[in-house]
Structure formats: C-alpha cells, structure tokens
Design a protein around this ligand. Structure first.
Ligand code: ADP
Ligand code: MG
Length: 620
C-alpha cells in the first residue's frame, strides 16, 4: 500500500497536513528527521505511517503513560497491532508484551524511556529487526526544554545496541534554538531533514476578557456552551478547589485535577473527563501533558499564566480535531502579583547559586511582562502570539477578540485626575474596588466603613460606568501611573509619574487611552466572541441526527471501553450529519473513516443514517 492509501484505509484521512509528507518520505528513504510542529499538528502520524510500511518494527519512545495508552488504543481501534511498555503494567504483562514483540506480532511498540535500559528490552534487537526509533516529545532530552527527563539520555545507549543502526525520527513542539541543537547533537541525528511548520492554529479563536466577577463570566459562558467539553485552568490548587466547588454546586458536569490529589483520584478524574462522563475539567497546569482529547471545544484560563509558552501550550489543547474552538483568558488585576510570587517561590527552591538564580528570575519576569502585554494589547492577538514565537503573522486575523472589537480613543484626563486625587487624599490605603466604588459614588458597607463618602472626590465619576472606570484603572496601571502593592490584599497607589503629572504647573497634559467601544452589551465582550465562533463549532446540517450519532458513539465507546473520540471524532460525526453517507462507499469518503473502522463502527452509523433518511424527507 502507498502512504496515501494507508492514510485513507487505516486513519481515514484524505490528505496529509502541512509538514507530514516530507517527514514521512524522508523516513521511508532511510534518512533521519527532526519534525518541529505545534501541538495538534499531527506529529504521531509522521512515524505511524512509516512504521506500517517498513518491514521491521518501530520503537516509539514517549514520556507519558497516558499518551502511550491513548495512542495505542487509537491504533488498535484502527486495526493496527501495537502495544506499550511502561510502569503501569505488571512484570508479567511486560514479559508477555516483549515476547509478542520478539515474535513480530506488533508493528509499533511504545516504550517509556526508563524502560529502555532494562535487560529484557535491551535484548529485543537480538530477536527482531528494529527499523525505526521514533522519539516523541524529543525536547525532554534537553536541559533547556520545559520538561527535561534524564532517562531520555538512555535512548542513545539503546540505539547503540541495535546491530543495524535504525532510522531515528525526533518530534517536538518546542522550537527554541537551544533545544533544537540539543536534540540534534545528543540523539546524534545524521544529516537529518529538519522541518518546522507554522505555529498558527487557524481553528482557534483567541480572546482576552477582564471580567469584574470571573465566576459570573464563567458560569454565563458555560451556560451558553452546554454539552461542550472544556478545560478551565487556575493558577493555584486552592483556586481549582474553589472554582470546582462552585461549578459543582451549580450542577455543571465538572471534575478537577491538581498535584495535591492522590494518584488514583487524578487518574479517575482524568478518565471521567476523557470519556466525556464529566466534560468539564478544572485544573492547574499539572493537567494536560499528554492528553490528546480531540474534542475540547474551549480552554478558559481563569488566571493569566506565567508566560506565553505555557499559555499557548495549554490553550492549544482546544480544537485538536481541527474544528472551531475558543481560547479565552480572564485577566484580573491580581494575576501579575500572583505570578511574581509564584516565580519567586519556585526559584527559592532551586539549587542554583545566587547569581544564576537572579538571572533565571529576570528571564522569567521578562516573560511574565510579555504575557501581561498580551492581555493589554489592542492589536491582533494571533499576530502577537506568532510574533512571540518568531513568525510573521498578519496584522488582522479577524478571529480574535481584538480584531472583532472596535476601539475608540478616549480622553480620560478628567477621570485620571479624579482617581489620582481620591487615592492621594484617602491616604493610598485601599484596593481597586473600594477606589472604583468611591469615585463612582457607590454607597456600600465598605465605603461607609472607610468613610470614603466624605472624600471630596467621592462620586465625581458618577456618570462613567463602573466597567469603564475599571478599564481606565487597568490602563493606568499598565502605563505606570498607578501601581498595586505586592500584598495579599493589594493596595492601589499613585506613582511618581502620576504625582508629577498632577503637579505639572502648566496644567496636566492630556491622557488619551484606546479603549473598546462601549455598546449596551459590551460588558464582557463575550457576546462578540460567541457570535464569531457560533455555527462553525457545530455546523451540522441536521443537528438532531448529530445528536443521534453522538448517542450511538457513546454506546459503542462504553461497549469497547474506549473514549468516545477513539470511536469517531466530533469532526467525523459532523461530516456524517452533513453528507448523510448511507452506503459503504460514501462512508469511506468521510474523514476519519478507514476500512477497519468502517467494519468496526462505520456500519452501525450507516444504519442510523439510513433510518434517519427514511424517517424524514431530507431537503437538499
Ligand atoms: P501532535 O502530536 O502533533 O500534537 P497528534 O499526532 O496527536 O498531534 O494529532 C492531532 C490530531 O490530528 C489527531 O486527532 C490526529 O488524528 C489528527 N490528524 C493527524 N494527521 C491528520 C491528517 N492528515 N488529516 C486529518 N487529521 C489528522
Ligand atoms: Mg504528540
């Protein structure tokens, strides 16, 4: 079979994605490769297709147990014999798997790096021909990478034991130069084909929101997006617990994940999420590495993460199936401080000397600043991301909250003066909400307690909405007119710059800010975000059929003990409910339906579609 035929019959796809074909061709011609492709680009296929075409077996080194299990499950469902060897198996199971491998029962065998050095694995090359060693998540070999794994160094020893040097294929999503050089050198790739494909994920919608009450914004969003699967990232365990509790109380189908849970709790919760029993996951950044759940429709960051690398990696877990998905970041005034605190704490624990530690800290703080600018830029968010990773974007993507928001220039000289004066005359002692309430003239308990209603500037911005005042405060913070103290309850103060500005003898210079245009419903921006993503997310032509197919998928997934997306992805069901394939021939034209899967699952879906077409007159 040719590679294209394989792609169709086993994986059910019509065409290769960017970058896949050259890598596959190179491997098949016996040349090493290094593929640098973003998360979700389809790196696995680049070694799976050659694995099925080479005469011997392929060993895939992968760092994560869940990732291996997932890929092996997907391969088995597609009719490919594959297995994995890692610490989740008993010694007897491992012995059995290796025995099968020696007898050539598998085309592909996944192995955890620390297993490579065991005697039983090291003897494998004596019994069977290993043509290809694929190193997934290859950045783990580098100390400069995000997840250095010393056991990755064992790959080299293992390869040296193989009588005829196999082709080596390395894959990663991390493209920094240091990591790349490490991979090339340590793995000893010989004259490799190195490909780097674009970082842009066109199906993702990006937005930044600054909700006054994050919980309200979140529940509003979740209500409007019922039945979809999504991840909500929080930056502390405590916050995960709080958000989880609140959502649970409100009856949302939610589970949680963080490093403070026991191994079994984590596994159980992760499975519930993957199997769509509980399609919402609230988690810290401990969650997600190696989770290839293709139907995640949104990733919400309840806090700003510490850098763009983390953000793009986490947000990138949305829309792996290529369908529309949303990545929303809720920025809050506290987020910068919390991150500074976390960065400081993390560096305390490192065994670096003082000088190195300072250098590392500075780099991290610089990355945090870039992340913060992402939350405040008025330019295209996608462009900002791509530039950050060293690519040219376009100035307008039309698919992020900034491109869809009209901005206007507003003269806030008066507002700023009132804010600064109120802060100064009240002794620079209060947090953002007290100050905003005071200038707006709210009369609540806090105001009365602090006697802010007696301040001469109290209520002077009564005609400006609280939302707008907050926006102005945010901008003034960013422009260094205001600052928040690094305390548990941050206090809003004016800076030297604001002080000088107020005292300028010629009368203060104008302050003009670029702010989102106010419309009656613009309080959260999500109105726009939603309408942009609507329709395309689930563009099924016959939505009730889609639901029927989904139900069938759930039934089959339960029967075979696999996650629903292993049966068919949302994208595949979408195509089915748009094209109504009621014969084998038509079914095989649907993306994601290969021969094996057709026999195993496709027939049942075909049946449901046929019944559906009989029951309703379908309009063309
Ligand atoms: P990566 O490892 O690069 O993050 P994966 O290999 O996990 O990405 O692939 C992500 C998703 O894309 C999977 O659901 C996979 O089946 C799908 N995919 C890969 N190649 C293709 C293709 N040529 N056409 C359609 N879908 C593809
Ligand atoms: Mg991968």
């Amino acid at each position: 079979m040719t590679k294209t035929e394989l792609l169709k019959s086993i994986f059910g796809y019509d065409s290769f994605r960017e970058g896949q074909e050259p890598l596959i061709d190179s491997i098949l011609s016996g040349r090493d490769v290094l593929g640098i492709m973003p998360t979700g680009a389809g790196k696995s296929l680049c070694f799976q297709v050659p694995a099925l075409m080479l005469s011997g077996i392929t060993v895939v080194v992968s760092p994560l147990i869940s990732l291996m299990a997932d890929q092996v499950r997907a391969l088995n469902a597609a009719g490919v014999h594959a297995a994995y060897i890692n610490s989740s198996l008993t010694e007897t199971q491992i012995a059995k798997a290796l025995e099968n491998a020696r007898q050539g029962r598998y085309k592909i065998i996944y192995v955890a790096p620390e297993r490579l050095a065991t005697a039983s694995f090291l003897s494998l090359p004596e019994y069977t021909e290993i043509d290809l060693v694929a190193v997934d998540e290859a950045h783990c070999i580098s100390q400069w990478g995000q997840n250095f794994r010393p056991s990755y160094l064992k790959i080299v020893d293992f390869v040296e034991r193989i009588p005829k040097r196999p082709i080596i294929a390395a894959f990663t999503a991390t493209a920094t130069e240091m990591v790349k050089q490490d991979i090339l050198c340590i793995l000893g790739l010989s004259n490799p084909l190195v490909t780097v494909t674009g970082y842009d994920r066109k199906n993702l919608f990006f937005s930044v929101e600054k909700p006054q009450k994050k919980m309200d914004a979140l529940t509003r969003y979740l209500k409007a997006n019922k039945d979809k699967s999504g991840i909500i990232y929080c930056n502390t365990r405590k916050l995960v617990e709080e958000v989880y509790e609140s959502l649970n109380r409100l009856g949302f189908p939610v589970t949680k994940y963080h490093a403070g849970l026991t191994d079994s709790e984590r596994k159980e919760n992760q499975d519930k999420f993957i199997y769509d029993e509980l399609p919402l996951m609230v988690a810290t950044n401990a969650f997600g590495m190696g989770i290839d759940k293709s139907n995640v429709r949104f990733v919400i960051h309840y806090n700003m993460p510490k850098d763009m690398e983390s953000y793009y990696q986490e947000a990138g877990r949305a829309g792996r199936d290529g369908l529309e998905a949303e990545c929303i970041l809720y920025y809050g005034g506290q987020d910068v401080r919390t991150n500074e605190f976390l960065i400081g704490k993390q560096n305390e624990q490192d065994e670096l000397d003082e000088e190195d530690r300072q250098a590392v800290m500075e780099k991290e703080l610089e990355r945090l600043r870039k992340m913060t600018f992402y939350c405040f830029t008025h330019d295209c968010l996608r462009d900002y991301i791509l530039k950050y990773f060293g690519e040219y974007g376009s100035v307008y993507c039309g698919k992020c909250s900034n491109c869809l928001t009209e901005f206007e220039e507003i003269d806030v000289t008066e507002d700023a003066a009132v804010l600064f004066r109120l802060i100064r005359t009240s002794g620079s002692r209060y947090g953002i909400s007290a100050i905003v309430d005071a200038v707006h003239g709210n009369n609540n308990e806090k105001i009365r307690k602090y006697r802010l209603q007696e301040n001469p500037y109290y209520g002077q911005l009564a005609r400006t909405s609280v939302f707008r005042i907050r926006q102005v405060v945010n901008e003034l913070l960013l422009q260094d007119f205001l600052l928040l103290t690094p305390d548990e309850y941050p206090v809003l103060k004016i800076t030297r710059k604001a002080y000088d500005w107020l005292e300028d003898g010629n009368g203060p210079e104008k302050i003009v800010l670029k702010l989102p245009k106010q419309t009656p419903a613009s309080d959260t921006k999500s109105g726009k975000a939603k309408s942009a993503a609507k329709g395309s997310v689930q563009g099924a032509k016959y939505p009730d059929l889609f639901e029927k197919l989904r139900a069938l998928r759930m039934e089959l997934a339960r029967r075979d003990h696999v996650p629903p997306y292993i049966v068919f992805t949302d994208k595949t069901l979408n195509e089915m409910s748009a094209y109504l394939p009621d014969t084998k021939e038509k079914m095989l034209q649907i993306g994601g339906v290969g021969n094996h899967k057709y026999e195993k699952y496709g027939k049942d879906f075909e049946q449901v579609i046929r019944e559906y077409c009989k029951a309703v007159t379908v309009d063309e």
